[in-house]
Design a protein around this ligand. Sequence first.
Ligand SMILES: Nc1ncnc2c1ncn2[C@@H]1O[C@H](COP(=O)(O)OP(=O)(O)OP(=O)(O)O)[C@@H](O)[C@H]1O
Ligand SMILES: [Mg+2]
Length: 250
Amino acid sequence: MLVLQNVSKTFSPNTPNEIKALCSVDLHIAQGEYVVVVGANGSGKSTLLSLIAGSFLPDEGKIRLDNQDITQWSDFQRSRWIGRVFQNPLLGTAPDLSILENFRLAALRPQAKTLKVGTGKAFQQAIQEKIATLGMGLENKIHQKMGALSGGQRQVLTILMATVASCKIILMDEPTAALDPKSSALSMQIAQQLIDKHQLTALLITHHLPDAHHYGNRILQMKEGQIRRDIGAKEKKQLQLNDIFAWFSE
Ligand SMILES: Nc1ncnc2c1ncn2[C@@H]1O[C@H](COP(=O)(O)OP(=O)(O)OP(=O)(O)O)[C@@H](O)[C@H]1O
Ligand SMILES: [Mg+2]
């Protein structure tokens, strides 16, 4: 479904600050895979997700989505298919707009077809029903500003918005790093439910290794701009948490 071929990215090329953030990365991700990405600081994890999202373009290589070459597509064009959750819960939503208005924006994306967008009661009710499934009581707060919610509430709503927008892929870059342990655990569980329910393809970057161990059906370790390990579903099940910790002392 998503294919990266020989993708490289160098920041500040030909200067003393040159950094090879990604070096000839090849990656094939199948529909429905939930890929966890771990690795040391600066190993290229966020760069990988940014290249997939189109936040910047690769220096070399190709990116394909469903056999379509999207290498030169802007992040806006890709946002039809690709949703993103950032470490900072304030990114990814419009904090001055209400929950309902944020969902209306998501539903306005061209490919969104699950809901009839409108200002009317039917749209509001449909959104309330969706939000109610999160079990956080937020369905009664749809007129509250997004910025007034807690980080955990916003992260979960951001994922739900991606499903309303009919995104196929969800990219999560340390989505729980700013959350307390309880909110973090709840967000991860809800993300899993949404991924299952909507059969999303997902990438999760995390430094929380118990989550990396528990979630996903594939795990990548990034090291110095390359994929050092790529472990599929069967082997990941056998993997112990201590094995993953040990990768960091190599
Ligand atoms: N916009 C940028 N301009 C210049 N250098 C950058 C930029 N973004 C990332 N880098 C550099 O590229 C390398 C990879 O960064 P990246 O953010 O992908 O790492 P990461 O694996 O996500 O790390 P962390 O775990 O700390 O988030 C680092 O050396 C970083 O300093
Ligand atoms: Mg990062």
